[in-house]
Design a binder for this molecule. Sequence first.
Ligand code: ADP
Ligand code: MG
Length: 283
Amino acid sequence: MKFAQRTARMPGVTASAQASPMRSQLSLCRRANNHSATATPHAAAAHARVLPLQVQSTAPILIFDQQKSRAGEQYRILRTKILHHPINPRLILISSPGPGDGKTVTAINLAGALSLKSESKVLLVDSDFRRSSVHKELGFPVSPGLSDVLSGSVALEQAVIRTQQYPNLYVLTAGEGRRNPSELLDSGMWRTLVARLRKEFQYIILDSPPIAAVADYLLLQEVCDGVVVVIRPDHTNRKMCKSTLETVPPQKMIGAIMNCVEDWFLSGVASTSGYYYYGNAEN
Ligand SMILES: Nc1ncnc2c1ncn2[C@@H]1O[C@H](COP(=O)(O)OP(=O)(O)O)[C@@H](O)[C@H]1O
Ligand SMILES: [Mg+2]
């Protein structure tokens, strides 16, 4: 892995209120075949098991309680931009041109920031079946999770985890690996599950596969309200970046995040190049 250093580096949060991407910166497992995503025997949040987050101390994950955490501040700014975004996105897809850009880190931190601010429930879903890592970062079991719910082997309320340290933050891990993840998402079960999640959670953050992984990504994009694209200047391929940004329909583009940009926020250099620059950290 190219990124040995895992202490938090600055994510230059630059979600734009406008559509143009280039102008924007900044449970325990038991069989439950009779409980499908369509049936709603119990509210998932009310019946979720509570597990403690076990995050490595060096990981750039949920860094909100560190004193004067500038990285944490950037995610709070992103939160503010999302809460005030004109499309009022509730189901938000976090994607990027390729692997390693910081989708998972961004998805976890945004979900954490939203759960701290809003009094409402926030669900983080790992929908990157091919390279699932939310469970590893948070110290949770991978299963039961989304793929198990979609295949009908467990009920949603058996798979959702409520985090002990962040009472409004709920997590649905990816679940057991399946041979054909696209088929799980290209199903009535997936759309029904999404409708149910929308009723039970105020915000749903999807950690998704790269935009270049077309089939899976498009199925996720179809159901979401908006997409946040993570770009990592020291890593993201430029050509790929341009073509993948064009994949996101303008009406669903929330904005782009420049991840791992040292001191971007304080230098504010972006203001000279036509990018949006926001000087105040709002909470
Ligand atoms: N802002 C950041 N600061 C420090 N490390 C980061 C940051 N963003 C990502 N990383 C690290 O880079 C690697 C890839 O990030 P990850 O979120 O897993 O990417 P993706 O989900 O896009 O494949 C991980 O080791 C992660 O800890
Ligand atoms: Mg990931």
